[in-house]
Design a protein around this ligand. Structure first.
Ligand SMILES: Cc1cc2nc3c(=O)[nH]c(=O)nc-3n(C[C@H](O)[C@H](O)[C@H](O)COP(=O)(O)OP(=O)(O)OC[C@H]3O[C@@H](n4cnc5c(N)ncnc54)[C@H](O)[C@@H]3O)c2cc1C
Length: 455
């Protein structure tokens, strides 16, 4: 058992692991140093720190428990406030943040009752140095030697896309971090033209919020295919089978082309393709593990966008809100590639290479980068991850999907595996593929708690 553990990160993944560790009967007292970072509200992170009731969970309430062993956790919490809530509902992310906070407070109470020592440190860790008998954690002037450390850092800070002029960045009109921008956005009648680069769930969040705060703004969203994510049905369909046969066939031929064909055939035979996609979810890490590196690269190039579109879906009421924006002519979608963004006298100018021939120029008061979560540890502005990569303590995933690790979260360096240094959540995408949402994070937290508390 690791007696002294550093938990690095203040978001939902760290909160879930903390709760798993403290929820269990204590065999020995545990000393936890919880470094919660210097941004965002405790446990909520970017996803659940939103104050907007327009921002909804994209997973049904019944599937959002923090605990793998208590599937009704979040639903029970929500129903205590409103008995009419159903498990199939898509609830506000803010409410989920309340749930995380309540569970963390409960866990901290339990810690006191069980004699554990939890030390909350509201600062970012600057450096982590793995050693033969543990890990050194450096935060400002302080250095602590712990038996084990867990990185729960979430996604890495977004980086500006290539082709954006420095003057455009300096103007403050090109937004690299949509979350930080939304957190500070105020009602404003000035903005008229807003261009979004990317059309996934992040773009949808931005559109929901800014269309309400900026009543005179017209939005143009640009993406390679010009398509929104697919939407959930208001009531989930029952799966026709458990998907075992499909998974077996996919494991027999681990290549993107045959997987695409198999999925196309299976969905064509199903009454609702969503049940086929959802049926694969528990098997995704096993499937990803079987995919050879060149096939993984092929998936990232050719199939990733299509998969993400069907896998990360919009709640039905959000889909309706997007249609209403389009019908009122406030939102236009364009298919193409951003070539560059430059500063112009009237604001910004985005030069677009539309699919097919020609070019187009989009003038904008603001251009907002909504390209989804960044997990590329190869070139990141995140100081701690940069330190770990630069010093060779961790090896970045070659496809930009976090860091090299084992399936149970042990981080790896180029010559081996660290026994005392772990990660949970987005940094494990290269190993597990599906590793950012709560249904996966709670399973990782449970396994990690088993490892950390093993006698
Ligand atoms: C907008 C949005 C909506 C989402 N909606 C859903 C949803 O509906 N359902 C779902 O299941 N999933 C959803 N997700 C996925 C989401 O990523 C996870 O559910 C969860 O929030 C991930 O938590 P995390 O702790 O890994 O990351 P984060 O919540 O990002 O937390 C990372 C934490 O690490 C801290 N940190 C960073 N560096 C350091 C350092 N050096 N030292 C100390 N602390 C540090 C940060 O300050 C932060 O507190 C959503 C994600 C986003 C971005």
């Amino acid at each position: 058992m690791f007696r002294r553990v550093a938990l690095i990160g203040g978001g939902a993944a760290a909160a879930t692991l903390l709760s798993e560790l403290l929820d269990r009967p204590a065999t020995q007292p545990l000393h936890l140093d919880w470094y919660t970072g210097d941004t965002g509200a405790l446990a909520r992170g970017v996803a659940y720190g939103t104050h907007s009731a327009r921002h909804l969970l994209n997973v049904r309430a019944a599937s959002m428990s923090m605990f793998a062993g208590k599937p009704r956790g979040f639903l029970d919490f929500a129903q205590r406030g409103d008995a009419s809530i159903a498990g199939t509902d898509f609830l506000p992310r803010q409410l989920y943040g309340d749930y995380l906070e309540a569970e963390v407070n409960r866990a901290l109470e339990l810690a006191r009752a069980h004699g554990h020592d939890v030390h909350l440190i509201a600062h970012a860790v600057d450096a982590v140095v793995p050693e033969s008998d543990g890990v050194n954690v450096i935060c400002g002037e302080n250095s602590a030697h712990v038996d084990a450390a867990v990185l729960a850092l979430g996604a890495l800070p977004p980086q500006p896309l290539g082709g954006v002029a420095q003057a455009a960045l300096d103007s403050g009109r090109y937004v690299v971090d949509p979350w930080r921008f939304l957190a500070a956005a105020q009602p404003d009648s000035q903005p008229r033209k807003v261009v979004l680069i990317g059309l996934g769930l992040t773009a949808v969040d931005v559109l929901l919020e800014l269309s309400a705060l900026w009543p005179n703004a017209e939005f143009t969203a640009v993406s390679r295919h010009g398509l929104f994510p697919e939407a959930h049905l208001s009531k989930a369909s029952a799966p026709t089978d458990d998907g075992a046969e499909l998974v077996e066939q996919m494991l027999e031929a681990p290549e993107v082309r045959s997987w695409t064909r198999l999925l196309r055939d299976t969905t064509a035979r199903s009454t609702d393709w969503r049940t086929v996609v959802d049926g694969l979810r528990p098997h995704l890490s096993a499937l990803w593990a079987e995919l050879p590196p060149p096939e993984r690269a092929r998936f990232m190039r050719h199939a990733r966008w299509a998969w993400e579109r069907v896998r990360h879906r919009l709640p039905p009421q959000v889909e309706q809100a997007m249609h209403a924006l389009e019908q009122s002519d406030r939102l236009h979608r364009l298919r193409g590639r951003m070539r560059d963004v430059e500063l112009a006298s009237e604001g910004l100018r985005l030069n677009l290479q539309p699919n097919g021939d020609g070019s187009a120029v989009l003038p904008a008061d603001y251009v907002i980068q909504t390209v989804g979560l960044n997990t590329d540890a190869r070139r990141t502005g995140h100081p701690l991850v940069r330190q770990l990569v630069t010093n060779g303590h961790v090896a970045p995933d070659p496809l930009g999907l976090g860091c090299d690790a084992t399936a149970d979260g042990h981080l790896r360096h180029k010559d081996g595996t660290w026994p005392h240094l772990f990660a949970i959540g987005s940094l494990l995408r290269g190993t597990l593929w599906e590793s950012t949402a709560m249904p996966e994070i709670r399973v990782q937290a449970r396994h990690l708690a088993d490892i950390l508390l093993a006698p």
